[in-house]
Design a binder for this molecule. Structure first.
Ligand SMILES: Cc1ncc(COP(=O)(O)O)c(C=O)c1O
Length: 287
């Protein structure tokens, strides 16, 4: 006998990447940053008084929202802070799709999407990337055919590393009738010379949500902090209705704010361009 909902009973849970503690492994499986977070984050950590934990955190993480708004030159109403990018993905499903409806992704991509779709009791349409990892042909027509309410793209793609252009996203968002999530967990690794910047698209498309994570480029996977950037009408229901009442804690808000404040408004000003030496953002404060 089980008390689980039928779709929960049937599904497999997410398998987190293995964390060996042998000290010898060169660990690549979960895409953590080999560099520590910025000195400003270390200083912010040292400055936390245990007494500050007596009280609940600011529910909307106001200081973080303001820092993110400054960094991306948007309004704080365009920002939702979350417990990692993963929580944002879960909130998107909770807020914008009903069970039985369809979520579309490209294949291969992040294995959590299927788990979240299973939890929500949704169908998952996983549409194959082309052989050279470029976007599927007639992608919009395929989304329309499966009646996808939400489409999630990873950009730059994980695990392939390919990049979808801003022009492509602009056109897709403009013609697609559902919510388009662009998961930019790895955005800090894009060659700055490519000038990739999707943020201005949120002013043009009310259905576009950009996911950011502090786990990768900022070297803060252990902090569990991410955020969404979108027009206010997409952010507002998640912020005021479906989010846990205190979804980010006092310590993580403080450190995440320090992390964003220590980067300045430009992404990776002077990082070398060979793909793997740009391992990254963290190296920017070493120069
Ligand atoms: C494509 C992609 N999106 C989102 C995430 C989640 O990041 P976070 O650690 O912020 O929850 C990951 C983490 O591995 C990822 O690979």
């Amino acid at each position: 006998m089980t008390f689980e909902r039928p779709n929960i009973e049937k599904m497999q849970g997410y398998t987190p990447g293995e964390q060996p503690d042998d000290g010898d492994s060169i660990k690549l499986n979960t895409n953590e940053n080999p560099y520590p977070a910025s000195p400003e984050v270390a200083a912010a950590l040292r400055s936390i008084e245990v007494d500050s934990l007596r009280r609940y955190p600011p529910p909307l993480a106001d200081q973080f929202r303001q820092a993110a708004a400054r960094l991306h030159q948007v309004s704080e109403h365009n920002i939702i802070p979350t417990n990692g990018g993963d929580e944002l993905l879960r909130l998107v499903l909770t807020t914008f799709v009903d069970s039985g409806e369809t979520i579309a992704i490209t294949k291969p991509s992040y294995s959590l999407y299927r788990v979240l779709a299973d939890i929500a009791g949704c169908k998952l349409a996983a549409i194959d990337l082309q052989a050279d990892w470029s976007m599927p042909e007639n992608f919009l027509a395929q989304l329309q055919q499966v009646q996808a309410r939400i489409t999630i793209l990873v950009n730059p793609q994980a695990p392939t590393g390919s990049l979808i252009s801003v022009a492509y996203l602009d056109e897709l968002a403009g013609n697609y009738g559902g919510v388009l999530v662009v998961d930019e967990a790895y955005v800090d690794f894009i060659d700055p010379e490519l000038g990739y910047d999707s943020i201005p698209l949120i002013g043009r498309h009310k259905n576009l949500l950009i996911l950011r994570s502090l786990s990768k480029g900022y070297g803060l996977a252990g902090l569990r902090f991410g955020y969404g950037i979108a027009c206010e009408s997409l952010i507002e229901p998640m912020l005021t209705k479906t989010r846990d009442s205190y979804n980010t804690d006092t310590i993580s808000q403080h450190l995440a704010t320090a992390a964003l404040d220590s980067t300045g408004p430009s992404i990776l000003p002077s990082i070398p361009t060979e793909p793997w030496t740009r391992t990254v953002a963290a190296s920017r404060w070493r120069h």
